[in-house]
Ligand binder design. Structure first.
Ligand code: FE2
Length: 428
């Protein structure tokens, strides 16, 4: 007998009336119309069953700290960094762990079961590193938390920066981070990329840098990252995050850059909610959007994913761990409103993000982990449109979260009726 059978589900690729058979935490079979004895049966009623959401770029050490010690008045990136600097000496491990665990609960409820979080390694006490390593241990049974050693104050610019980052890796942080555009000169930025990629190659780790998070068209550290990734054999294991300067770059230069990124197997992570709010702040009108060139990168064959980046922290006061909200903003900012563009944005918070992460057993196929989400929507486009309710969230065959369907009961002119904002489909 099966442990779990989800039947009558629609999959993201459009296949309908699908049954997903689960045994020992893994998907045993994906077949149309299968019925078989199972300890638990779920009738998906034709709704969308998707692999769980993955956030490839987040800052869990800062999350839910909004208003501590004060609110970001200007809402700019630089005031956010300054505010984080004010908050750091006041952080306690207990409070940081508590906030991170609360965020992980939000994540699970939203079907977000894997998060790559940067953790600031600039403070020599490595308090945030120890705290998030503890969080990683505590959530391991229900959420994959991958940590990136992130030298927020610049690995070369801050005294002891390299040593602190190496000590964080020694403690078990998974990925090498960086922030080349925040080093003092372009040359130092490039030197930091080289040094950090060599460190990643030496230790057999992945590398993920905040890269060119500015509107300066001459901020070209992504070029160095692609070059070093290729030189050191880091193809498929290197990621450039943000890459917002690419929005403002000269088109001729970009025509040379995109193939270089593709050839080097470097993934790009855009953070739509944050890029659209933090970039273009020095512009009057017209104001640049600032998000990297998502459709052009995708067309070149680059793996592009979307991250949440911030939720209720010094940089951004909004957010709720909802990767469909991230995809929704991403497709607007990138003008990816074609049917295929919207589906690509759904991929950016699921399969593409899983690729950045290097998640094993991800997907809806036999042999994959039975970690999936039943959404109150009939396809990925509707899921994004509605930021659809996560009716049921399963991880390795175990039910982790349930949310009742979002349905309004109307009392218009004495006519009792219900709506879930899903128009009827069928004959004209
Ligand atoms: Fe970030």
């Amino acid at each position: 007998m099966l442990d779990l059978l989800v039947h009558n589900a629609t999959l993201p690729d459009g296949r309908s009336n699908m049954s997903i058979a689960v045994q020992n935490g893994r998907i045993a079979e994906v077949t149309a119309g299968l019925d078989a004895p199972a300890a638990e049966k779920v009738d998906a009623q034709g709704l969308l069953l998707a692999p769980h959401f993955v956030d490839p770029h987040f800052h869990m050490d800062a999350t839910l700290s909004y208003g501590l010690p004060r609110v970001n008045q200007s809402g700019t990136l630089l005031e956010g960094i300054a505010l984080w600097g004010e908050l750091k000496p006041l952080l306690t491990a207990e409070a940081l762990i508590e906030r991170a665990l609360a965020y992980c609960d939000w994540a699970v409820a939203k079907g977000l079961l894997a998060i790559r979080s940067h953790v600031d390694t600039s403070d020599p006490s490595l308090l945030a590193v120890d705290a998030l390593l503890e969080v990683k241990r505590r959530v391991a049974s229900y959420l994959d938390l991958q940590l990136v050693a992130f030298p927020q104050d610049g690995v070369l610019r801050s005294p002891g920066g390299v040593d602190n980052l190496k000590r964080a890796l020694d403690k078990g942080v998974d990925v090498v981070g960086g922030i080349p555009h925040f080093e003092r000169t372009m040359a130092d930025g490039a030197a930091s990329v080289k040094l950090l990629c060599e460190l990643a190659a030496e230790r057999g780790l992945r590398v993920d840098m905040h890269c060119d998070e500015s509107d300066d068209p001459l901020s070209r550290h992504i070029e160095t990252l692609a070059f070093e990734a290729q030189r050191l054999g880091l193809q498929g294991r290197a990621t450039g995050s943000h890459c917002t300067s690419m929005h403002s770059m000269d088109n001729y230069y970009v025509s040379k850059l995109l193939p270089l990124i593709a050839e080097a197997g470097v993934s790009v992570v855009a953070n739509p909610l944050i890029n659209i709010t933090l970039q273009g702040r020095h512009d009057s009108y017209p104001k640049r959007r600032g998000m990297t060139r998502v459709p052009e990168l995708m067309a070149e064959g680059v793996n592009v994913a979307f991250g949440h980046d911030c939720v209720m922290d010094p940089w951004y006061g909004l957010g709720s761990a909802d990767m469909l909200e991230v995809a929704h903003m991403g497709l607007h900012v990138a003008q990816m409103t074609s049917q295929s563009g919207i589906r690509q944005c759904f991929d950016a918070v699921t399969v593409n993000a899983a690729k950045v992460f290097g998640l094993e057993g991800y997907g809806l196929a036999a042999g994959c982990d039975a970690s999936f989400v039943l959404l109150q929507a009939r396809d990925p486009v509707e899921a994004i449109r509605l930021r659809a309710t996560r009716l049921k969230v399963f991880r390795k065959g175990t039910l982790l979260s349930e949310t009742p369907p979002a349905t309004a009961t109307l009392h218009v002119e004495g006519r009792a009726s219900e709506t879930s904002f899903m128009p009827a489909r069928g004959a004209a």
